[in-house]
Design a binder for this molecule. Structure first.
Ligand code: AMP
Length: 276
């Protein structure tokens, strides 16, 4: 396993053949490793990036306490078939007097865009930089962060970034809880209930889901059926998803469920792996 720390080391390591890119913030779990395995299967060579991106955290968010078990991550990524890990210090991504940001409109505006100002700007900026540095033939992202996938798809096309995009289904715990590095913030006592968010996405209707979450002690941020074209509420099931964000035990969790199997996100053609 090669560990790369600088832009120059990454440029030197990469070659012109097929390369799968899997950007992460580390604290790797089976959901991340699914993406590594998918990239490995398609491209043969995989670069995982581990970078806790400061620009996607709002001032009150959890940047300093975000988990960083780097040695464990190296072992897991290696076992899943990664060839190299790019783990740069912040100044390699944000050089001194850096003054450039990528701001996506449209799909980046509602829902998470509204509740977490600056979040998608940080995500788009880091993804654009990592993609330009790695110049992958394939980048793999998790549908766990569905709106993020749409934001990345839009930016990827608009900025003509290199490579194909692939979106991979959400890996879940046995109780339905979508795996997330942030699940580490849940107390063991709250974990069983945390799985209920995925059930709320699958209830008879949205009002039932919202009521039931509230009744069980959740603070609901949103539970909506949205169009994949713009992430605004829709009544139809085609090219749509149920998306939710809610807090339990002080921890904010997001989850989503695609309705049907789309072939594009917001009009951007991408590869979708069928839920397995
Ligand atoms: P993060 O480290 O949380 O920024 O996530 C890195 C990548 O892993 C993103 O593309 C996420 O959507 C994806 N990911 C996170 N959790 C899961 C999961 N449970 N299943 C599939 N992909 C995931």
């Amino acid at each position: 396993m090669t560990i790369l720390r600088t832009r120059d080391e990454l440029r030197e390591w990469r070659s012109d053949g097929p390369l799968g890119l899997v950007p992460t913030m580390g604290a790797l779990h089976e959901g991340h490793l699914d993406l590594v395995r998918a990239a490995r299967q398609r491209e043969g060579r995989v670069l995982v990036t581990i970078f806790v991106n400061p620009t996607q955290f709002a001032p009150h968010e959890d940047l300093s306490r975000y988990p960083r078990p780097f040695q464990e991550d190296v072992r897991k990524a290696n076992e899943a078939g990664a060839d190299a890990i790019f783990h740069p210090p912040a100044e390699e991504i944000y050089p001194p007097s850096d003054a450039t940001r990528v701001r996506v409109g449209g799909v980046a505006e509602p829902l998470e865009g509204e509740r977490r100002p600056g979040h998608f700007e940080g995500v788009a900026t880091v993804v654009a930089r990592l993609t330009n540095l790695a110049r992958p033939t394939l980048s793999v992202y998790g549908l766990k962060d569905l709106q993020q996938c749409a934001v990345i798809a839009r930016m990827h096309r608009d900025l003509a970034l290199p490579g194909t995009l692939a979106f991979h289904p959400t890996r879940r715990e046995s109780n339905g809880l979508a795996m997330s590095s942030r699940n580490a913030y849940l107390s063991p006592a709250d974990r069983p209930e945390a799985g209920f968010l995925s059930e709320a996405l699958r209830g008879p209707d949205l009002a039932w889901g919202r009521d039931e979450l509230q009744r069980r002690g959740w603070e609901v941020d949103y539970l909506e059926r949205v169009s994949l074209a713009d992430f605004r509420p829709t009544e139809v099931d085609e090219d749509a998803a149920i998306v939710a964000a809610a807090r339990y035990g002080g921890v904010r969790l997001i989850d989503s469920r695609l309705l049907g199997t789309p072939t594009s996100l917001g009009g951007i053609n991408s590869l979708f792996t069928a839920p397995g």
